[in-house]
Design a protein. Structure first.
Length: 356
């Protein structure tokens, strides 16, 4: 690669923008050059959309926040371009920025859902991010992607309920998203064998919790797809717990399949139900209230909800207002009794945290 790699990159990008032939670069004897040319062609082949051109500085900040260069080497295609990686994350981020800006989709892609035509660009950024992640952080990165997939599933369900997507469209989108979710959770669980981490167990439990709520609030083929994800996540959670216990730590109180929790802003309130987004909870005479009363419930309040599943319905056992209405009012918080992770060996130095 030339001494000025950034200028060289810009030359290839400009050629791609002009739809010029890049075959000379693609088949260049320098492997770094050919790999880079192929990457630029892949990015430039994404669909073009007429989207308002955003602020370059803001885009650069957002992309570079998501991309970091590891200290250790990685195998695969990226191992074949070490000097390119040595250029630094700023140049590599600029590559993505410049190419995506020519298509006018950079910001929209980072916020796009799986129903969007520009969603593939988001997946490319995630794939690059994963390849550039240090080995010891790969499991956490996989969990980050898994949580993103769950949020996308929740958004699709909400769109379906609002009539923005048909049942068939929702089913197709969720089916593809579930496959990606399964890959991420399975990979994260496998990584805990080499590096047991309570944070991964916690996040798998949280994903499991969200999927249970999503399953209850869906139906038909959509529910079938979500239940596939739920079963896969439960298997991954069991694997992560097993790996954790084999490392000398045990789960004292495993999470119950019937317990669910939710936190956030109430989006809908009726006499018998409350919603946080697509998560719907039934209110009963046994429902307890902390920092508020039943009469105080209204859309917009930020609450924690502890509930349980009965007869395929979710019931609110306790609703806690996160911020008291009156300034200076004492806050009585009732924490969820979560499964504890405790050392098997009293002298063990293994970190102890709480799994949700």
């Amino acid at each position: 690669m030339p001494n000025d790699p950034e200028q060289f990159i810009e030359q290839m990008i400009e050629a791609a923008k002009q739809r010029q032939d890049l075959s000379a670069w693609q088949h260049h004897r320098d492997r770094e050059t050919s790999d880079l040319a192929n990457l630029i062609l892949d990015l430039s082949s994404l669909p073009r959309h007429q989207i308002e051109m955003p602020d370059l500085a803001k885009i650069q900040g957002r992309v570079l926040d998501r991309i970091s260069v590891p200290q250790s080497e990685h195998r695969g295609i990226w191992a074949s371009i070490p000097s390119f990686l040595k250029i630094g994350s700023a140049v590599f981020g600029s590559l993505l920025i410049v190419v995506s800006l020519t298509m006018g989709v950079a910001v929209a892609a980072l916020q796009s859902g799986p129903d969007s035509a520009i969603y593939p660009l988001k997946k490319i950024v995630e794939n690059i991010e994963l390849r550039l992640t240090p080995e010891q952080e790969v499991a956490s990165r996989q969990m980050q992607f898994a949580i993103t997939r769950v949020e996308e599933i929740q958004a699709v369900i909400e769109q379906q309920q609002q009539g923005q997507l048909s049942n068939q469209e929702a089913k197709q989108i969720i089916s593809a998203t579930v496959k990606d979710l399964q890959k991420s959770t399975s990979a994260a669980a496998r990584n805990t064998k080499a590096q047991p981490r309570s944070a991964i167990v916690n996040k798998l439990a949280d994903i499991n919790n969200k999927l249970k709520i999503a399953s209850i609030n869906s139906e038909g083929e959509v529910r079938i797809e979500i239940e596939k994800a739920l079963q896969s996540t439960q298997d991954s959670q069991a694997e992560a717990i097993k790996n954790f216990e084999e490392s000398g730590v045990k789960i004292a109180n495993p999470p119950s399949d019937n317990n669910i929790t939710a936190s956030g802003k109430l989006t809908q309130v009726t006499e018998s139900t409350v919603n946080i987004g697509t998560a719907k909870f039934l209110l009963t005479k046994e429902t307890k209230y902390v920092n508020l009363s039943a009469a105080d419930l209204k859309a917009g309040l930020v609450v924690d909800i502890i509930g349980q599943i009965k007869d395929n319905k979710s019931y609110a056992d306790q609703i806690t207002l996160i911020e008291p209405k009156v300034s200076g009012e004492s806050t009585v918080r009732t924490e969820i009794i979560n499964p504890e992770i405790v050392p098997l060996d009293p002298n063990s130095t293994t970190e102890t945290q709480t799994a949700h």
